[in-house]
Ligand binder design. Structure first.
Ligand code: EPZ
Length: 430
């Protein structure tokens, strides 16, 4: 197993380049299933969630060729099956996007219940089911398999989201693209990757309007044809490096970003005493003085993102005073605080609220990541802490962060990956 070893307490200086957005890539790759012809996708992040999805498509018969490190050609013309190997699907949350794409293409989908990050609590798909049912599909969930079938094409319909769901908005958008008639999604999610998916679909011949607002209109088209598309930069990866500089101190230019997408993060960090300068496609983050406490509640975009909550909570551990963090999206996303406690942090969690008492410094410790963003938060803690931090469970981090070790080393962090052989199983005596 791989672990990360960090010798913390060093401010960060230099430049870091941000990769393509994970959560856009994992929606755009399944969308390619509906395209007749070759899709060239650029700025694809090199992370394990993306390679798992590409392997799922390959198993289904897609022809996938690497053009260069960040660009692939996907041709799904020869895919004939509406299902894929279940064990691979269970590894990632985004496998549920295959439902919308396969229903659109074949009128049928058999997909394993999505896996992905487990930060406690249930990750329901009732809004996805509600949307597909409104569009004429019969959906059943049995033994961990979601089966959806429709006679002919899905039918355009109006779908009102009872909760603002990124996944359901994307899935219904996918299904509606090749449906008969017009679909309206009301109370839709507005995240940048929803706009990115709509732009991808439109560039392949779809008719999606209003993405980025809470009312999306999709007029079904007969077919999508190949083309090329470049994925937007990853808002959360950029935010993670911003938080790292805020916590460890220093001055870093974060390159290849869309500063507008980072506004919700920049505003909070500025309140905390961090200097942030927006340039055209990069930002400068600098922190030299003391961190100031703040309060934050996570919300759907353009609110403060839940996927930045663990990283920001970690930095707030070093802010003077008492900060209150409220998780407004997920039921239980504070499991990582037990690990921070091992480093001397003082956080009290009651249901969806964490009360953080600032401390003067963290102390390195052996800790374990339990999910992707918790893992990123623990890396930030390691960078801030005095002494050595050893992080277990880094597979989660590699699901969503491209070359994190290289990028952090490039801005002066002392971090390395080490391979530790699994302990041999002890044979019991007969
Ligand atoms: C996406 O998950 C992201 N994943 C998550 O990022 C992110 O935390 C989340 O959106 C919120 O921004 C991907 O894009 C692959 P939701 P998703 O449907 O789509 C409730 C990361 O770290 N809900 O927007 O699964 C749900 O319980 C990952 O990159 C229902 O009640 O999230 C939650 O409280 C982790 N019924 C809220 O809505 C449903 O049918 C938001 O979930 C669906 C969701």
């Amino acid at each position: 197993m791989t672990k990360y070893v960090i010798n913390g307490g060093k401010p960060l200086y230099g430049e870091v380049e941000i990769s393509g957005a994970k959560n856009a890539a994992v929606a755009i790759i399944p969308a390619a299933l509906m395209v007749e012809g070759v899709c060239r996708i650029e700025n694809l992040p090199n992370i394990s969630d993306v390679s798992t999805l590409l392997n799922i498509l390959k198993q289904m018969g897609a022809d996938i060729r690497a053009v260069n490190k960040r660009t692939i050609d996907i041709d799904c013309s020869r895919v004939r099956t509406p299902s894929a190997t279940f064990d691979m699907m269970q590894r990632i949350r985004a496998s549920y996007y295959l439902i919308g794409a396969l229903l659109g293409r074949f009128g049928r989908a058999d997909v394993a219940m999505p896996g992905g990050c487990n930060f406690g609590g249930v990750r329901p798909i009732d809004q996805h089911v509600k949307g597909f049912s409104a569009m004429g599909a019969k959906v059943s969930v049995r033994n961990g398999i979601v089966s959806a079938v429709t006679e002919g094409n899905l039918r355009g319909s109006t779908v009102y989201m009872d909760v603002v769901s990124v996944g359901a908005t994307i899935n219904i958008m996918l299904g509606a693209t090749l449906a008969d008639g017009v679909t309206y999604i009301e109370n839709a999610a507005r995240e940048p990757h929803i706009v990115d998916l709509a732009n991808f679909l439109n560039s392949m011949g779809a008719d999606v309007r209003g993405a980025g607002t809470s009312a999306i209109k999709i007029r079904g088209v007969k077919k999508l044809t190949g083309g090329f598309y470049s994925i937007i930069p990853d808002q959360i990866e950029a935010g993670t490096y911003m938080a790292a500089v805020a916590g460890a101190g220093g001055r870093v230019v974060i390159k290849d970003v869309i500063p507008k997408h980072l506004d919700c993060i920049s505003r909070k960090l500025r309140e905390m005493g961090v200097t942030i300068v927006d340039l055209e496609d990069s930002i400068i983050v600098e922190r030299t003085g003391a961190l100031i406490k703040t309060h934050v509640k996570t919300m759907p975009y353009p609110g403060f993102p839940t996927d930045m909550q663990p990283q920001l909570s970690t930095v707030l551990c070093l802010a003077e005073g008492t900060s209150i963090v409220t998780e407004g999206v997920w039921d239980n996303r504070f499991k990582f605080v037990d690990e921070l406690a091992k480093m001397g942090c003082s956080i009290r969690v009651t249901e969806r609220t964490a009360v953080i008492e600032g401390i003067s410094h963290m102390t390195g410790a052996p800790i374990k990541a339990g999910d992707l963003r918790a893992g990123a938060a623990l890396v930030i803690a390691g960078l801030c802490a005095r002494g050595e931090t050893i992080i277990d469970g880094v597979g989660y981090i590699e699901r969503g962060y491209e070359k994190m070790i290289e990028k952090l080393t490039g801005i002066g962090a002392d971090i390395k990956a080490i391979y530790v052989p699994d302990e041999p199983k002890v044979q019991k005596r007969a």
